[in-house]
Design a protein around this ligand. Structure first.
Ligand SMILES: [Zn+2]
Length: 238
């Protein structure tokens, strides 16, 4: 079995040449459906929490046990947590069950639904806080700044920096279907060779199918491995 094979190291080049590399099997890919349902539930909860924050701001909701400004911040932070977790589930679902990239706009909107949700979850509150004439200046400033910071964190965390299309997944499956691939804890690509030179310094190597690699956000094949295999048609990266 490939995963039992001991790696050969170049002693001068490797920090882990005397230790045995750890191997870990990737978790099953899972289903996209439940992930999408949970994402939507969390996003709806995020909107509800934004409404709570709005009501606190307008004086229609008061939890009594802490000052108004802390209530506002608490609701906004909970709102942010729901947006971020929902978006991670959504992105994961898209890596398991991607859509076609033929329609670029639809592809972008679908993959970055979390970014749209983040805007809806904070922009209305920020606008209200910014344009409100009744609140005192300090509350107004803190509320606006908090909402803008949440919007930025939520937006970046929800953006899919490595989107996958159904065409890309299909191409990877056609080329590498059934083959074992490898990736590292912080690496951005997957490898077809466990003795690839880029894996020399790796202490923990995860292995699985190409579907598992893509579900784990490694959407491109290592360029060195691709060259060695002579494959083309699969997205690669250095
Ligand atoms: Zn490689």
């Amino acid at each position: 079995m490939a995963e039992k094979k001991k790696k050969k190291y170049v002693a001068a080049d490797s920090e882990v040449s005397t230790t045995t590399q750890k191997r870990k099997e990737a978790k099953p890919v899972g289903n996209a459906g439940p992930l999408r349902v949970w994402a939507i539930v969390l996003w709806v909860l995020a909107f509800a929490l934004e409404i709570c924050a709005l009501m606190v701001y307008l004086g229609k909701l008061d939890l009594q046990f802490m000052p108004q400004i802390w209530q506002l911040i608490c609701f906004l932070v909970l709102d942010l947590i729901c947006v971020i977790i929902g978006s991670q589930l959504w992105k994961k679902a898209n890596h398991i069950d991607p859509i076609s990239e033929k329609n670029k706009t639809k592809f972008w909107l679908w993959n970055n639904m979390g970014v749209i949700v983040a805007s809806v979850a904070f922009v209305p509150f920020a606008i209200l806080a910014l344009t409100d004439k009744n609140a005192d200046k300090k509350t107004k400033t803190i509320a606006t700044v908090a909402a803008v910071i949440c919007l930025m964190i939520g937006g970046v965390a929800s953006y899919d920096f490595n989107p996958v299309s159904s065409e890309q997944l299909q191409a990877a499956q056609n080329t590498l279907g059934g083959k074992t691939v490898y990736w590292t804890t912080f690496g951005k690509v997957y490898h077809t060779h466990d003795d690839c030179s880029h894996l020399n310094r790796t202490e923990t190597l995860t292995y699985g199918t190409v579907e598992q690699a893509i579900a784990n956000n490694r959407v491109r094949l290592c360029k060195t491995c691709a060259k060695q295999d002579g494959v083309s048609g699969v997205a690669t990266e250095e």
